[in-house]
Design a protein around this ligand. Structure first.
Ligand code: SF4
Length: 472
């Protein structure tokens, strides 16, 4: 897509124009030889901000103009916010005329709408925030209610935390096979998995370093999240060893939540769950993504639905405080009937947390090489998001964390739901950036909240680079 602009104001930049275009063209690369084009004009004349947008898509063209005099500002706004709203509404109106719809998240830029909802809920009542989202940001009523509900619960949950509380994230980036939609570093071949013993040694050394840092910063460790990859790919001995290393280095006395993202049902055994329980884990995740075997095969999983049912039943024995199941909408080979069964299946096991992800096709995934395998416009994604959210809410679940990603099919979102009092507080802290997080392992990022903002430090992305760096 080609983007041209005439911006006579100091308020927005070209990057903002690009991010707007992603809502109608999520898989575009912004090259100059594309047949799609967008033109943005932003002006401030006599103190009045006005915008013009022209979008050309193949042989079709749409254009729209809007000024700040044409809109109702729901709350008092700074000039840059007025520019954002005028240009954004102009863009979505132009897109609606051309494509016949407004994206469900309107023109809201940024991947964390809940942070914005929290910001406004601290200052205005819920009705005003609703009107602001719908009228000024063109967000659908459904997504507005979802983000306000998630923000309200997240704010309630974070009251349990003090300013100096922090979390620890440990990355185990190894998996039995690579899912076709995966863009994470998830080493799956036998040769690469042979790195695991060295990787765990390096991880243990990093745990000591991070424990020191937590102490130096005067932080209190409140939660631990072992994620991946697939942490349950570890052998029982490796798993026990890792738990012992955590206990031997970290200040565990104030920990209120301990997640072991078991992940893939084909790696979960009774022994591994028992070890996790013995070492204080109180939250596990078992992620089927779908309970249809055709879908599981199409996404490159090496297990069928029966293994998920077994792992889910097995987990019931251990009375973890909370169990999460991840499902994904929009997967290849999925359809209405199959997806409805997936939702019914995860609900039937009484998971305390259920996270509904939207299919996201990033360039690093195998699926990006095969666009015919999924619906890039994402009408199924949006339909299945609505139906699953409705089923969860009518079964007593409440949304508690939510984030969007670039290249999500249909412009949907990922949203975690919880049954009463069982929200994963780490998920809230990491998506809403409310507390410091110390990351260990390859691909992990340490984010320290300071009065002047968040200081980030990322480890090497790939395990072999991580090992090399640790040796140095
Ligand atoms: S289980 Fe998760 S991390 Fe592993 S390959 Fe699949 S999507 Fe990637």
């Amino acid at each position: 897509m080609r983007i041209t602009s005439s911006n006579k104001t100091p308020y927005l930049n070209d990057h903002y124009f690009t991010s707007l275009c992603l809502s109608y063209f999520p898989h575009e690369d912004f090259s100059s030889d594309s047949e799609n084009e967008a033109f943005f004009r932003l002006d401030e004349d006599g103190g009045v901000i006005s915008a013009k947008v022209v979008i050309t898509c193949g042989s079709k063209m749409g254009a729209f103009e809007l000024s700040e005099n044409d809109i109702e500002q729901v709350i008092p706004m700074e000039r840059n916010q007025v520019a954002e709203v005028v240009l954004g509404l102009c863009f979505t109106e132009c897109g609606k005329r051309l494509f016949g719809f407004v994206p469900c998240w309107g023109h809201l830029a940024g991947l964390r709408p809940v942070i914005r909802a929290e910001h406004y809920l601290r200052r205005y009542d819920e009705e005003t925030v609703k009107r602001l989202f719908v009228s000024n940001y063109a967000i659908s009523e459904e997504k507005t209610s979802l983000s306000i509900a998630a923000a309200s619960l997240a704010m309630e949950e974070t009251k349990k935390l003090g300013d100096n509380d922090c979390f620890l994230y440990i990355s185990i980036p190894f998996c039995p096979t690579r899912c076709s939609y995966c863009s994470f570093v998830a080493l799956e071949s036998r040769k690469l998995r042979s790195l695991l013993p060295d990787y765990l040694d390096a991880l243990k050394r990093e745990l000591s370093d991070k424990a020191e840092l937590i102490k130096e910063n005067g932080h209190t460790l409140k939660g631990i999240y072992i994620g991946g990859g697939t942490p349950s790919i570890l052998t029982p001995e490796q798993e026990r060893d890792l738990f012992l290393a955590i206990e031997g280095t970290m200040p565990m006395g104030d920990v209120i939540e301990y997640t072991f993202e078991a992940g893939r049902p084909d790696t979960i055994t009774e022994e591994k769950l028992r070890i996790a329980k013995e070492h204080g884990v109180d939250r596990i995740s078992i992620n089927p993504q779908s309970t249809n075997d055709e879908v599981l095969k199409a996404i490159g999983r090496s297990h069928d639905a029966s293994l998920f049912y077994e792992a889910a039943s097995l987990s019931e024995k251990f009375a973890f405080r909370s169990r999460n199941a991840d499902i994904i909408v929009g997967l290849p080979e999925d359809n209405d009937e199959r997806f409805e069964k997936t939702v019914t299946d995860v609900l039937s096991f009484g998971f305390e947390n259920i996270t509904v992800h939207s299919l996201t096709v990033k360039n690093a995934s195998l699926l990006s090489k095969d666009p015919s395998a999924y619906d890039p416009r994402g009408s199924m994604v949006l339909r299945h998001l609505s139906s699953s959210h409705a089923s969860l809410i009518s079964s007593g679940y409440r949304p508690y964390y939510l984030y969007r990603q670039k290249k999500t099919v249909g412009g949907g979102e990922n949203c975690g739901f919880t049954l009463g009092g069982k929200a994963c507080i780490y998920n809230i802290a990491s998506t809403d950036e409310t507390h410091s997080i110390y990351g260990c392992g390859s691909g992990a990022t340490t984010k320290i909240l300071t009065p002047s903002g968040i200081k980030r430090q990322s480890n090497a992305r790939y395990p072999y680079e991580y090992l090399k760096n640790r040796k140095r």
